[in-house]
Write a new protein. Structure first.
Length: 655
């Protein structure tokens, strides 16, 4: 047991778990609750940002203090000293407080407690909540697992030389590595995450979040209003994303050129890059048979006469969909054409050296030119070693959060670094159906709707579905009591969502903390909330048209409705408005981060030029979602890869 908690804080944490989580109704549930309490303590200790961790400990101190609760909530007892009904009222007072910081504190504790409880099996390899929902848990691994990528082992301080060093190996860095290796360049790829091993893809959600996601899946904006999910492993987000392969729309391509003062995105050159990427990834609609989630979305949309489209996916030979529901934790069948199966493997076969568990500290800049990278590598024995990579070209491709941080740590002072961040906020309305849905099954995503994608000037929201196991509802479902949460999770097998992917017009910012790590400031604007509200109303209509017997929002507490009788929708929307949409009143998640080191012709308002080269440092390029001029409005993988293909070819042309 970690010893960073005081006895008072540990008592408060135990009380939080025994309030947010259901009252045990069996020995198995009591065992699961005890395990979750211990695990929640471990999760707090693993929170990636020291400031966030300190705030959580302070919150536990306050909840455990009689005096603090008297001043803040009018109850002259610490949380551990109250009976359960009083504890629930006290936590709800934090959840509904007029003070955003208190709401954020509650949301953080709720997420941690739920994830600790629901996302790991108990001693029998299952979980009582899984049994209640009819959730089978992880499936048996296929017999023929894909091979892991070969890597370069660093077991001592070392210096290596190459033509190009690429920091990051996801949709951007992987493509750059593959294209330049094919052009005959010697390439070294560094990634702070591990080398994904299909043998270790257990599909246990808690383990996979900690192993394959940035910050163990615990990263969030500084206000606590939005969790941020991003891949952190060789292959980056392509390993854990949902295979959705949208092209950037023609309208957005024209907008980006106008905003950035470029002639790239609407050019034939960019179109050729898109075609090459689509061909290499085998993007198409062959493996798009809808599962029950997508059937429900399609049924509701068609009943209303609204747009419904078939997803394009970067897969080859998907299995029947049972295994595919876990694809957000890595593809064990080898059907997903991620970087590990395509560009990185191509690069490796051509001699590229791949270094996982390697965090780039800074770019080496000499006489105004990038000449390499200084990094720290965790060796096979767990020790950290200094790795210096000397190169003629440096490519930053470590994502829209870590690329700005790397540039800032390297002393690059361009004022646009970190500005313009978009997060594609995502939320949902959940519906409960008489029929069995089993939303954890089926292909990842096969249907979508653009009915509300252009509400004003190309901005609005897409409707999509996602596989629902226990991690997403653990984070996203609202809370009003332990018993009501029990019922919501028990109904998971009969539930589905209409997910909302918002194209955000207005931006946030990435900056760095004292340790040089990224911190994210972002809140929804009035403009974007207006589009979100319209989409929420549309999502409720889709669920009603599809036959949902009831539905609920992701507020705390949830807004619930039974879609029958006159005026139900107006009442539902009025209640949503009353609960509000910002600053920890409703659950969101960011699956896509972009536009924090934008591409443009003017060095005063952008970070890189049309080829991806830094305005400030020669030989330093950026090739990831950071360079987007605004939000893409679609799942960004294909756009990132096309930009990376363009940047890599521009580098090779200038060689």
């Amino acid at each position: 047991m970690p010893d960073y908690l005081s006895p008072q804080q540990r008592a408060a944490l135990t009380a939080v778990c025994r309030t947010i989580l259901p009252e045990p109704a069996s020995d198995a549930e009591a065992t699961a609750l005890d395990a979750a309490t211990a695990r929640m303590e471990q999760l707090i200790g693993a929170v990636p940002d020291a400031g966030d961790r300190k705030r959580l400990l302070t919150l536990l101190t306050l909840l455990g203090s009689s005096l603090a609760n008297l001043l803040l909530s009018g109850r002259a007892s610490g949380l551990p000293d109250l009976p359960r009904p009083e504890r629930e009222r006290l936590l709800l007072s934090w959840a509904r407080s007029r003070i955003p910081l208190r709401r954020a504190g509650f949301q953080a504790l709720k997420r941690l407690a739920n994830v600790a409880y629901y996302c790991w099996p108990t001693t029998d390899g299952s979980h009582p909540a899984w049994h209640a929902a009819g959730y089978p848990g992880p499936s048996r691994a296929p017999g023929d697992l894909p091979e892991t990528l070969p890597i370069m082992v660093v077991d001592r301080d070392a210096t290596v030389e190459c033509d190009v060093v690429v920091v990051g190996s996801g949709a951007g860095g992987g493509v750059v590595a593959g294209v330049l290796a094919e052009a005959g360049r010697s390439v070294v790829v560094l990634d702070k995450g591990p080398n994904p091993d299909p043998k270790k893809m257990t599909q246990v959600e808690g383990d996979m979040l900690r192993h394959l996601y940035l910050g163990g899946g615990m990263l969030m904006t500084r206000s606590g209003s939005m969790p941020i999910l991003s891949g952190s492993c060789l292959g980056g987000g392509t390993v854990i994303n949902y295979t959705t392969s949208f092209p950037l729309s023609e309208r957005t391509r024209v907008e980006w050129d106008r905003v950035a003062g470029l002639a790239l995105f609407s050019s034939q050159r960019f179109a050729d890059s898109l075609d090459r990427v689509n061909d290499r990834l085998n993007v198409g609609t062959e493996w798009t048979t809808p599962g029950r989630r997508d059937e429900i979305l399609e049924r509701g949309l068609e009943s209303l006469g609204w747009h419904v489209g078939i997803m394009s996916r970067n897969v080859t030979g998907c299995p029947d969909g049972t295994e595919c529901g876990f694809c957000g934790y890595g593809c064990r069948s080898g059907a997903k054409n991620d970087m590990a199966r395509t560009y990185l493997r191509d690069a490796s076969k051509l001699g590229a050296r791949l270094v996982p568990l390697c965090e780039a500290n800074r770019v080496i800049v000499e006489r105004g030119k990038a000449t390499g990278v200084v990094a720290a590598v965790r060796g096979p024995d767990g020790a950290r070693h200094r790795l210096t990579v000397r190169a003629q070209v440096v490519v930053a491709a470590c994502g829209a959060l870590h690329t700005p941080a790397l540039l800032a740590r390297s002393g690059i002072s361009n004022r646009s670094i970190g500005r313009g961040l978009r997060l594609h906020p995502s939320t949902a309305i959940a519906g409960v159906f008489e029929e069995r849905v089993e939303p954890w099954t089926g292909f990842m995503q096969t249907r979508y709707s653009d009915q509300f994608a252009d509400l004003h000037d190309g901005y609005g929201a897409k409707f999509e579905t996602v596989p629902i196991h226990f991690a997403l509802p653990s984070s996203g479902f609202g809370w009003e009591s332990g018993e009501r949460s029990r019922r919501d999770f028990e109904q998971l097998g009969h539930s589905s969502i209409v997910g909302i992917l918002l194209r955000d017009r207005d931006s946030g910012r990435v900056s760095v903390n004292r340790q040089g790590q990224p911190k994210v400031d972002y809140e929804l604007s009035d403009y974007d909330v207006g589009h979100l509200r319209t989409a929420l109303q549309g999502a409720a209509q889709v669920l009603a048209a599809a036959g949902a017997r009831e539905m609920f929002s992701l507020h705390t507490p949830p807004v619930r409705a039974k879609p029958n009788g006159d005026g139900w929708l107006d009442r539902f929307m009025s209640d949503l408005d009353g609960n509000g949409y910002r600053q920890c009143r409703m659950s969101y998640v960011s699956f896509h981060q972009m536009a924090s080191a934008s591409m443009g012709s003017d060095p005063a308002s952008s970070v890189v030029g049309e080829t991806g080269e830094s305005h400030d440092v020669r030989g330093l390029y950026v090739a990831d979602a950071s360079v987007f001029p605004t939000s893409s409005g679609v799942n960004p993988m294909i756009t990132i890869m096309a930009i990376a293909d363009h940047v890599a070819r521009a580098i090779d042309e200038r060689w």
